[in-house]
Design a protein around this ligand. Structure first.
Ligand code: P6P
Length: 338
């Protein structure tokens, strides 16, 4: 932690307040919403850190809407997000990876002008082996006329997001977010219970030397993916190849590393996952906004992720995301394959 940051004591709250003063969402609602998301992150971080001791590992025996086994921490993270946010008066509706249907704001709670789509705990299959996991969130404005939000308010293209971010629970807990004016990273100091600005104005290197893809799916890849991965593994030092393979199997962890170091993450469509595996609304869209704000790119292989108009809550999408030049180079292979 840079001494200057500590000396400046740039906490998340102070940073948001200063940003609010010069930000069109200056009514304070948006600011308060970010505080509540940060609170949820602190509570989940504490639980993740204690999971091994508190017997919170392991499965609940339930299956979620994605057909995935629900881990105890998944359930805790889901409950925590809802409890921190459903009564705050800033949201008109929520959508979660863990819930089949939109989460309405209870009628006895005030509703607000924002929509929250979130993945409360991504990468949960890694919980029991102590690998980094994360929470991902996307914030949009209500579009419908009524006081309470509708599915229409959730199914907006990623370009309509006014904020997006993630928490990564690892060697430290970080909150990385954007409100469309650059990307900033905050590290949780558990002794203070404060997120402190540790990574101001994050920019992803124009080109990296890391590629992240599940090579176990190689037999299912289409020709473009196979040719691109073959290309970046060729030995050509002039173009910085071969790249290093880094794949944790936890989207937030893989994305965060590539955001800071540069590189490309691919979860393409394949013969099994014909629309890709990752979800558009609460995984691809928020990370696409962050990476573009940091100077990178995010595509489904044909379209800019942020331009995709969603048709359903848990819609999946192929995702190619990372350094600008790496994504553009990969897209050349997909265009040749069209
Ligand atoms: P695979 C975790 O389950 C997740 O949703 C993402 O966090 C991760 O990037 C991806 O799935 C890993 O999928 O098929 O490579 O195990």
């Amino acid at each position: 932690m840079p001494l200057e940051t500590l000396r400046r004591g740039m906490t998340l709250e102070r940073f948001i307040a200063e940003e609010q003063r010069s930000f069109r969402e200056a009514r304070g609602e948006f600011t308060a919403l970010l505080y509540q998301i940060a609170l949820a992150g602190k509570l989940i971080s504490r639980e993740v850190a204690m999971a091994g001791l508190a017997e919170a590992f392991g499965l609940t025996g339930k299956i979620n809407v994605q057909g995935e086994e629900v881990q105890k921490l998944d359930e805790f993270a889901q409950r925590t997000f809802v409890r921190c946010l459903d009564h705050c008066g800033h949201l008109c509706i929520m959508a979660s990876e863990e819930e089949e249907h939109p989460i309405e704001i209870p009628p006895h709670y005030p509703a607000g002008d924002y929509v929250l789509a979130f993945d409360p705990l991504d990468g949960s299959s890694n919980i029991d082996v102590n690998v980094n996991i994360g929470s991902i969130f996307s914030i949009m404005r209500k579009k419908s006329a009524g006081e309470r939000g509708t599915l229409e308010d959730i199914l907006q293209p990623g370009s309509e997001q006014i904020g997006a971010g993630y928490l990564v629970y690892g060697s430290s807990t970080m909150l990385v977010y954007t409100t469309g004016r650059g990307v900033n990273g905050f590290t949780l100091d558990p002794s203070l219970g404060e997120f402190l600005l540790s990574h101001p104005d994050i920019r992803i290197p124009e080109r990296g030397q890391i590629y992240s893809i599940n090579e176990g799916n190689a037999s299912r890849w289409d020709r473009a993916t196979a040719r691109y991965i073959e290309y970046i593994k060729e030995n050509d030092s002039a173009s910085g190849r071969p790249y290093s393979g880094r794949y944790i199997g936890s989207l937030v962890a893989d994305f965060h590393r590539n955001l800071l170091k540069g590189g490309i993450f691919l979860y393409p469509a394949d013969s099994k996952n014909k629309s890709g595996k990752l979800r558009l609304l609460y995984e691809a869209n928020p990370l696409a906004l962050i990476v573009e704000q940091a100077g990178g790119r995010a595509s489904d292989g044909r379209r800019r992720i942020l331009d995709i108009v969603p048709h359903s809550l848990h819609q999946r999408t192929p995702l190619i995301i990372g350094s600008k030049k790496d994504v553009e180079e990969a897209l050349r292979f997909y265009r040749e394959n069209e």
